[in-house]
Write a protein that binds this ligand. Structure first.
Ligand SMILES: NC(=O)c1ccc[n+]([C@@H]2O[C@H](COP(=O)([O-])OP(=O)(O)OC[C@H]3O[C@@H](n4cnc5c(N)ncnc54)[C@H](OP(=O)(O)O)[C@@H]3O)[C@@H](O)[C@H]2O)c1
Length: 300
């Protein structure tokens, strides 16, 4: 990764209290598993190429989980990218399991979390995991209040054993972040957020004050990518694609936002990475911000 690549990928961000610095525009690997995030992809070589292309373009932050597949995404990362280049930060998550019926079930006992760490280490071929997010399950529409102290305590123990370097959270409320911080430092939060889905506006500001990374999942809208007439109109004026504009808006939204858009396509990967080069004027930003101004989706 050279200086030019850092510049074109949104600049650099250091996770607080760590030696881990990444480009703000990274890559989310969930889309590399098979349909429904289950089983192997239809095109294994294509999936490996997407990962290699991401690194060649300067991506040094990959989001994954051993419950994507399960195991599939991590095994693809291992196969495509070993030996890992210096500076690559792989962020994984724990808290779920995927039974044969392809559902997503909580896996939150001490035994399951510990097993999850060992599964990630084995499948990624690592001796320690850079960052592990505790992904809170439940709450169909988003995070639901409730103590997470027990699970964060388990991860903190695994951290003391040297198996996890740093801890983050996913699908959490501000109160859960504060509770976790009484147990161990939190370096990132990964919640559902994009132009149209803006429930976390206040949380982003609070985390920015602590220089904690906010990493939106579904930055493009997830399984049904964002659609909005305002977004399309802005994109047309900027000669960009609507999804590029959606990513550029997130980069402008707050300095602690890191992006991990997901794709199984090299063409989409290139398009997404080019989004960091879009400059948005204050007027355009205001227009885009109004899409989620009421906190609601226009057409999603
Ligand atoms: N913590 C959590 O609970 C959680 C939940 C979900 C996801 N995540 C993480 O967040 C990452 C991002 O989320 P996501 O991948 O689910 O959703 P996303 O990034 O919002 O959108 C991915 C979808 O957009 C499509 N897409 C991507 N780039 C495109 C482009 N340039 N043009 C048109 N379509 C495009 C992808 O299809 P193609 O493959 O065809 O490009 C895919 O269907 C995941 O990869 C995963 O690592 C975390």
């Amino acid at each position: 990764m050279n200086d030019d690549q850092a510049r074109v990928l949104g600049g650099r961000f250091t996770f607080p209290g760590t030696a881990l610095t990444v480009n703000r525009l990274g890559y989310g690997a969930m889309q590399l598993a098979g349909p429904g995030v289950y089983g192997p992809p239809r095109d294994v070589e294509g999936a490996l190429s997407v990962l290699r292309e991401a690194l060649a373009a300067g991506v040094d932050h990959i989001d994954t989980s051993d419950f994507y597949g399960p195991h599939v995404t991590n095994q693809l990362i291992f196969r495509a990218l070993q030996p890992y280049p210096k500076g690559l930060v792989i962020v994984t998550k724990l808290g779920a399991r995927r039974p044969a019926d392809k559902s997503w079930q909580p896996a939150i006992s001490a035994q399951e979390l510990t097993q999850g760490v060992h599964d990630n280490l084995r499948n990624l071929g690592l001796e320690a995991l850079d960052i592990v997010n505790y992904r809170v399950m439940g709450g169909a529409l988003g995070p639901a209040e409730g103590s997470i102290a027990e699970q964060v305590g388990v991860l903190a123990k695994l951290q003391k054993q040297g198996l996890i370097r740093h801890i983050g959270l996913s699908n959490v409320t501000a109160a859960q972040v504060a509770e976790a911080q009484t147990i161990t430092p939190i370096v990132c939060v990964q919640n559902n957020y994009n132009l149209a889905h803006r429930e976390d506006d206040a949380l982003i500001e609070a985390l920015a004050r602590q220089q904690i990374a906010y990493v939106p999942f579904f930055p493009l809208g997830g399984f049904s990518p964002l659609q909005s007439s305002t977004l399309s109109s802005v994109a047309q004026r900027l000669s960009a694609s609507p999804l590029q504009v959606a990513l550029a808006w997130l980069l402008h939204r707050a300095p602690n936002i890191l992006l991990i858009p997901g794709t199984s396509s090299i063409a989409h990967l290139r398009e997404n990475l080019a989004a960091a080069q879009l400059a948005l004027s204050p007027q355009i930003l205001a227009e885009l911000t109004s899409i989620g101004g009421t906190g609601r989706r226009e057409k999603h």
